[in-house]
Design a protein around this ligand. Structure first.
Ligand SMILES: [Zn+2]
Ligand SMILES: [Zn+2]
Length: 438
């Protein structure tokens, strides 16, 4: 990156932090509700005026966990947890310097509001004596050893349940580790975390136990379960939307032609895309996952999700496979509109074509190879947020998803190779698709 790029990156970052701070202040002071807090601008969804958000459904997060665990075993959970602890720590620093202690406690309501998890209350104290607290920012005492959080419908457990995955180990990643990093900053102590129960392995709720300081570390080990019965507010529980319902909604979408903006709304359970509860997958968080995988498992780990994303593309593509090329092309542009990628150009035999023309080529079997030039894929943007580059092309999620979408419409096999990639430092990403005879 040159000097000019670096300077403009810092300026843009400063502007974003200013916007986020202003908007977050309004939210945390309860001057604005969540719906005024979400904006669709420039074809993308923004939180607080400056946080770039890609809505990603819970089933997709579940599928990602499934793919990673399938490829690397349960040990893969730990390095990703470390990444989220780091993300939480960064947010915690911002919270500490930008917001008052009263406002800091509300940040957890914020994540609950946008649909990450249902956390009815927190407890703090010692193993023998826990009391309910409202606010981590103001109510933790020096002699407290534990913070205990009963949780239902965390994004991971909702995700693995919605794809019917049964696990034998606790699987929560984002919520407990993000909170762990935030607590470390706000309380200025090392914080240890163990998940004592998890819905992902069949428990009726998840139980995150945080130990504060060295005594807390021992206390976490000694802690077994809550003596009280936990009741969760019913209205915050998310219904599981079946894959068939999602397919129906996709079909409605491609045939009724609403704009992408209309498909996004704030429902009672947080942000919804086509009526499906989604949790906003921050571009930065996506970059963190990729970065964490590369650092702990090597760059080839990026590829572990390929088959899962292809499957997802096939399922979405199959749901609308009997639609016209014009309608089908709306599936491809839907994901462009919500911010997964921007399509610059599609070429068949060196000739530029529209999405619709490409689909007609596929229907007529007249495009043995085609290329799609992309800028600003979610992966490339996520890595840019972390100022990281890769050695190999990295946009597995986006290119494999489209591979599945195309394969669903074509009777023969389709495979993709990413030839150039912005994450590697190229000017854009180029995904080359090959149609092969079985
Ligand atoms: Zn859990
Ligand atoms: Zn790429």
């Amino acid at each position: 990156m040159g000097v000019v790029d670096t300077v403009s990156w810092y300026l843009e970052s400063a502007r974003r932090i200013f916007r986020i701070r202003r908007e977050m202040n309004r939210y945390l002071d309860e001057d604005s509700d969540m719906s005024s807090f979400l904006t669709v601008d420039d074809g993308r969804l923004w939180l607080a005026g400056g946080i770039d958000v890609v809505p990603s459904t819970d089933p997709m997060w579940g599928a990602l966990i499934q793919a990673l665990v399938g490829a690397h075993g349960p040990a893969v959970i730990k390095p990703i947890q470390d990444v989220y602890r780091e993300v939480g720590s960064r947010h915690g620093k911002l919270l500490k310097y930008l917001f008052s202690p009263e406002q800091q406690g509300r940040i957890f309501d914020f994540y609950s509001d946008i649909g990450y998890a249902n956390a009815p209350y927190l407890l703090a104290g010692t193993v023998e004596d826990l009391r309910r607290i409202e606010d981590v920012g103001t109510e933790i005492r020096d002699d407290d050893e534990l913070i205990v959080a009963p949780i239902r419908n965390a994004s991971e457990t909702h995700g693995v349940k919605s794809i019917g995955l049964d696990l034998t180990f606790p699987c929560c990643i984002f919520e407990p580790c993000f909170a762990q990093g935030v607590f470390e900053q706000l309380l200025d102590r090392p914080v240890y975390m163990e998940e004592k129960r998890c819905e992902g392995k069949g428990d009726d709720y998840c139980l995150y136990v945080f130990g504060l300081g060295e005594r807390g570390r021992q206390a976490v080990k000694a802690f077994t379960s809550l003596s009280e019965e936990v009741t969760f507010p019913e209205d915050a529980a998310r219904d599981t939307v079946s894959p068939e319902q999602v397919d129906d909604m996709l079909r409605d979408y491609v045939s009724q032609h609403p704009s992408a903006d209309e498909m996004l709304e704030l429902g009672s359970d947080g942000l919804e895309l086509m009526g499906v509860p989604t949790f906003p997958f921050l571009i930065e968080a996506w970059g963190s996952i990729i970065t964490g995988l590369m650092d702990t498992l090597g760059q080839s780990a990026i590829r572990s999700g390929h088959d899962t994303y292809r499957e997802l593309g096939i399922r979405h593509g199959t749901a609308v496979s009997d639609c016209s090329p014009e309608e089908y092309s709306r599936l491809i542009t839907l994901w462009e509109h919500v911010g997964y990628y921007t399509i610059d150009e599609i070429t068949v035999d060196g000739t530029s074509v529209t999405v619709q023309e490409l689909l007609e080529h596929l229907d007529n079997e007249t495009a043995p190879t085609f290329s799609i030039q992309i800028t600003d894929s979610m992966t490339a943007r996520g890595l840019r947020e972390h100022r990281r580059t890769t050695v190999y092309p990295a946009c597995i999620f986006e290119s494999a998803y489209l591979e599945g979408v195309f394969a669903a419409r074509h009777p023969r096999d389709i495979s993709v190779t990413e030839k150039t990639c912005q994450a590697r430092g190229d000017n854009h990403c180029t995904w080359q698709y090959h149609v092969t005879d079985d």
